[in-house]
Design a protein around this ligand. Structure first.
Ligand SMILES: *[C@@H]1O[C@H](CO)[C@@H](O)[C@H](O)[C@H]1NC(C)=O
Ligand SMILES: *[C@@H]1O[C@H](CO)[C@@H](O)[C@H](O)[C@H]1NC(C)=O
Ligand SMILES: *[C@@H]1O[C@H](CO)[C@@H](O)[C@H](O)[C@H]1NC(C)=O
Length: 421
């Protein structure tokens, strides 16, 4: 009797320990009033200023990706797409040196790689977002667009982060995009033969075309690409006007954010409150798409609706999907995916005004962290951005507290399950 009671008590205590995990906070890693561009030499800076390649007010950071490797240490990559001219480089790492407006950026892989005027398509024209794999490779999607001019075909660049050299380049052919109408913005990589056993030779890259509403699929084995389109990739005008921190703007962006659990591709347009999915096996079979980009319609499904629109998304190894809703600003965790199960992760909304880039990163101790970059797009759209305020932030949030919660089963009231102490 006594032993049984003791074991019950022990069990109860253990459950308490499992459920009540110390709540983690979001931490600002970097912040800028305005981006601070470092140059190899003072002469390079003066030249960039003189020829219009450096207009300090022009850069908006869109994506972030942390990486750690024994020789290179910890590095954080940032993309600065060329929405306009005056941006001296579009892919950078963040240095430890600080100036009044924030930490100084360093061009990646080096300054001469950057195609300021769109004249050399072997360089980087406009890096939109990146994906870093378990193979120490960084996949960069370069839209080829400066402002509204398609200066170069879009390309996928693969950098070896051990040597910081180009490992592979794939230029998209004319049937994968419509110049200017298309904008390739988000790469998601699935490696089929990861280390330590695999050799990182077999992978697929899924790339969102935000303005021509499609998905480009790149296959490393055949070094070729194909395209899939579906009605779910289009923006919904009912969600085309967005409000963030009491400022409204219209942005009819379609196919925007991608995530995967290695079985399904999850995606959503920006102007939408729905999340959709399609099996990877359907996307990966090129035969399905030969001759008909709009094939396989029954394979696409809506997985759920959110309370509000969100931009970037990311999924952790427990299939929790994260994104930051616009109105109100909430970091949410979704699993499974419907409004009832949308769980707010406590976070300061002032740090997360428009999260355009988000990654789940496994840190040096093997624990997953959520990395986000926020850029107050609502102020950019309204022309109310002020360089006297902090406008751009890189924010990190450990996920171990969230992941220590039991995986919920459908129909449970999850608000009761996520107990922070
Ligand atoms: C920049 O990188 C390119 C290609 O890797 C290389 O040829 C060039 O020497 C580098 N330039 C500088 C200044 O390091
Ligand atoms: C690929 O799709 C085609 C039909 O579109 C089908 O006949 C074929 O079996 C599929 N291949 C695989 C490996 O699933
Ligand atoms: C990784 O994250 C865990 C949990 O948040 C933390 O305790 C640990 O110090 C982190 N390790 C590194 C190397 O950052």
């Amino acid at each position: 009797m006594w032993t049984g009671g003791f074991i019950l008590l022990l069990l109860a205590l253990t459950l308490q320990v499992i459920v009540c995990v110390k709540q983690r906070n979001s931490e600002t890693v970097y912040q800028w009033k305005q981006l601070v561009y470092g140059f190899p030499t003072e002469q390079d800076r003066q030249e960039a200023l003189a020829n219009g390649n450096l207009v300090p007010a022009n850069g908006i950071p869109i994506d972030v990706a942390p990486h750690q490797q024994s020789q290179k240490g910890s590095r954080v990559f940032i993309t600065i797409p060329r929405f306009q001219t005056g941006i001296p480089y579009t892919l950078a790492t963040v240095s430890d040196s600080n100036e009044a407006n924030g930490p100084v950026l360093i061009p990646y892989p080096n300054y001469t790689w950057h195609n300021a005027n769109g004249e050399d398509c072997n360089k980087i024209t406009s890096a939109f977002r990146v994906a870093i794999t378990e193979c120490n490779q960084m996949f960069v999607i370069d839209s080829g667009v400066i402002g509204t001019t398609q200066n170069c075909p879009p390309q996928l660049l693969i950098f070896d982060l051990n040597t910081d050299t180009l490992a592979h380049r794939y230029r998209f052919e004319g049937n994968m995009y419509v110049p200017v109408a298309s904008l390739l913005i988000t790469p998601l990589v699935v490696v089929h033969d990861p280390p330590p056993k695999g050799r990182c030779q077999r992978l697929h890259v899924y790339i969102a075309d935000v303005t021509h509403h499609g998905l480009v699929i790149y296959d490393s084995e055949s070094n070729s690409a194909w395209r899939a389109e579906n009605k779910f990739m289009y923006p919904d005008p009912d969600y085309g006007t967005h409000t963030i921190a009491r400022e409204s703007f219209i942005l009819m962006d379609g196919m925007f954010a991608l995530a995967t659990d290695h079985r399904q591709l999850y995606f959503h347009p920006l102007a939408s409150n729905s999340e959709y999915a399609v099996p990877l096996s359907v996307l990966n079979n090129r035969t399905n798409w030969d001759g008909n980009m709009e094939a396989m319609q029954n394979e696409f499904r809506m997985v759920g609706k959110r309370s509000s629109e969100c931009a970037a998304e990311a999924m952790d190894s427990q299939r929790n999907l994260y994104c930051v809703t616009f109105n109100p600003i909430k970091l949410i965790r979704w699993n499974p995916y419907n409004v009832k199960n949308e769980i707010e992760v406590p976070a300061d909304p002032r740090l997360l005004e428009f999260v355009s880039g988000m990654k789940v990163y496994k840190n040096g101790s093997g624990k997953e962290e959520l990395w986000m970059i926020s850029n107050r797009y609502q102020k950019i759209a309204a022309g109310t951005l002020s360089d006297r305020e902090i406008n751009f932030r890189v924010v990190r949030r450990p996920l171990d507290d969230i992941q220590a919660q039991n995986i919920p089963t459908p129909n449970q009231d999850l608000s009761q399950r996520l107990i922070f102490s």
